[in-house]
Design a protein around this ligand. Structure first.
Ligand code: NAD
Length: 268
C-alpha cells in the first residue's frame, strides 16, 4: 500500500477548519472526520454544553480544536467571531463548512413571515456571511475549500417543507456564484447535499406519514425507500466532506455532491 500517496492526498495535519453547527448531528460528524485527519477545527454553535462536549472530543483526537458560541443568523456575531478567530490564528483558514441549519415543516400557503425570516437568516444569510469572512484569509493565501451543506431537497421541491427547501435551493445558486468568483484565488466551493440523516433536525416537526415504498420490480422483489437500505449517519457525511476537501478532488468546484443512499431515485 502506498501510504505516502494516501498521506499526500488526505492528510490534514496543520490545516485550519471552521464548521458551523459543529456541535451536533452532521456538523459534529464532519468536525470529527476533519479532526481525525489532523485538522484543527473551530466549531460554532449556540448550545454551550454540546460545544464543550464536542470540543473535548476533538481535542482528544490530538488537535488544537476550539468551540465558539456564535449565532450565525446574526452578521454582527459572525463578524465578532471571525475577528477573534483571525486574531488567534493569523489570516489562515483552509476549510469552511457552512452546515448550521434549521427547518420548519410547513407548506407554502401556511408559512408565516417570522418563519421565512428565521429560516433565511440562519440557513442562507448565515452561510453567505461566513463565506464572505472565510474568503478573506483564503484569498490572501490563494487556496481554500468551502463546503455548504444543502439537502437532497434542494434538488426537487418538497412541498411540506417549502421554506426550508427554498433556502437550500438558494444556497445551491450561492455556491455556484461563489465558485465562479473565487476560482481565480484557488478556492474551491461545492455543496454537500445529504439525504435522510439520523440527527436532531426535524425532531420538533409534526409527524407526517412516511411515503410509500416503491412498487416491486419486474421480478416481484420489494425495494426499500432508500435504495441503500438504511438512513444516513453523521459520520457518512463527515467522511464524504473529508474526501471533498482533500486533494483527490482538487479539480472540482461548483458541484453538488449528493450523499443520500440513492433516496433521490426512490420514485424511479
Ligand atoms: P442538527 O439540529 O443536529 O444540527 C444543526 C446544527 O446547527 C446544530 O448544531 C445547531 O446548534 C446549529 N445551528 C442552528 N441554528 C444556528 C444558529 N443560528 N447559529 C449557530 N448554529 C446554529 O441537524 P443536522 O441534521 O445535523 O443539520 C445540519 C445540516 O444538515 C443542516 O443545514 C440541515 O439542513 C442539513 N441536512 C440535514 C438532513 C437530515 O436528514 N438530518 C438532511 C439534509 C440536510
Amino acid at each position: 500500500m502506498q501510504m505516502d500517496y494516501i498521506n499526500r492526498i488526505f492528510n490534514l495535519d496543520g490545516k485550519k477548519a471552521i464548521v458551523t453547527g459543529g456541535n451536533s448531528g452532521i456538523g459534529m460528524g464532519i468536525a470529527t472526520s476533519l479532526a481525525s485527519l489532523g485538522a484543527d477545527v473551530a466549531i460554532l454553535g449556540r448550545d454551550q454544553a454540546t460545544l464543550d462536549e464536542v470540543e473535548a472530543k476533538l481535542r482528544g483526537l490530538g488537535t488544537n480544536s476550539k468551540a465558539y458560541r456564535v449565532d450565525v443568523s446574526s452578521k454582527q456575531e459572525i463578524d465578532v467571531f471571525f475577528d477573534q478567530y483571525y486574531k488567534e490564528n493569523g489570516m489562515k483558514l483552509d476549510i469552511l463548512v457552512s452546515n448550521a441549519g434549521i427547518s420548519v415543516g410547513k407548506r407554502a400557503l401556511d408559512t408565516t413571515e417570522e418563519e421565512v425570516d428565521r429560516l433565511f437568516n440562519t440557513n442562507y444569510k448565515g452561510a453567505l456571511f461566513c463565506c464572505q469572512r472565510a474568503a478573506e484569509a483564503m484569498k490572501e493565501q490563494m487556496s481554500g475549500n468551502i463546503i455548504i451543506v444543502t439537502s437532497v431537497n434542494a434538488l426537487y421541491p418538497l412541498p411540506p417543507q417549502s421554506t426550508y427547501t427554498s433556502t437550500k435551493s438558494a444556497l445551491e445558486v450561492l455556491m455556484q456564484c461563489l465558485a465562479v468568483d473565487l476560482a481565480k484565488y484557488g478556492i474551491r466551493v461545492n455543496t454537500l447535499a445529504p439525504g435522510a440523516v439520523k440527527t436532531n433536525l426535524g425532531r420538533d416537526m409534526p409527524p407526517r406519514p412516511a411515503p410509500p415504498d416503491p412498487p416491486p420490480d419486474a421480478d416481484g422483489n420489494r425495494r426499500p425507500r432508500i435504495p441503500l437500505g438504511r438512513v444516513g449517519l453523521p459520520e457518512d457525511m463527515g467522511d464524504a466532506v473529508a474526501c471533498l476537501v482533500s486533494d483527490a478532488f482538487r479539480y472540482m468546484t461548483g458541484s453538488t455532491v449528493l450523499v443520500d443512499g440513492g433516496l433521490k431515485l426512490r420514485n424511479v
